[in-house]
Design a binder for this molecule. Sequence first.
Ligand code: 5RP
Length: 230
Amino acid sequence: MTTTPTPQTQDELKTLVGQAALQYVVRGEIVGVGTGSTVNKFIDALATIKGDIKGAVSSSVASTERLKALGIPVFDANEVESLAVYIDGADEIDGSGYMVKGGGAALTREKIVAALASRFVCIADESKLVPALGGFPLPVEVIPMAAQHVTRRFAAMGGSASLRQKDGQPLVTDNGQHILDVTGLSITDPLAFESEINQWPGVVTVGVFAHQKASVCLLGTAHGVKTLAY
Ligand code: 5RP
């Protein structure tokens, strides 16, 4: 008797959902592609059907490099009017499809590509499903000269912001900006929270994806891929 091994590691769960996302890719079209270790699994899977799609719009330099290395044409976001689907990971996703994103510092371009798409398919392992957003430090991309001002505003609402570092220096995003990671927040109303933070001067993008929430989440579990529709 042969049995199919149950995927156990986080890496295996990411592979599983990366492959499962292929069913949402519309053949003959351009697909929106996110950023991160789960999306890397999706990009690898996408390469197996690259002859069936026109190409991709990418949300980061890292994803662009991976797509191109696998022979998948990459289009600039300005070259497309709309996309049928955008596929990306998340740091947290709740029961309504609201997400926290930006662990890979690509949140601004991710939100732009998501906004072009009719459907956001989130791919994640089950550790990302949470009852309420706010456990993962909230990434916020800021104009460097506004970092301290924005830090004080988060402190006034009970949050603690720290400037993300890389190799002992402030991390610089693909857009030439910095990232604050904010802990201690209570995000009870993701839509209102996103709207409020977005209008603070110097904030480029807040990592709450409520206005661009997931339509579907493919969740990798020990029992296989669970599909959550919102
Ligand atoms: C990058 C992101 C990623 O989607 C998020 O951090 C999840 O990444 P991973 O799949 O590596 O866990 O928002 O900015």
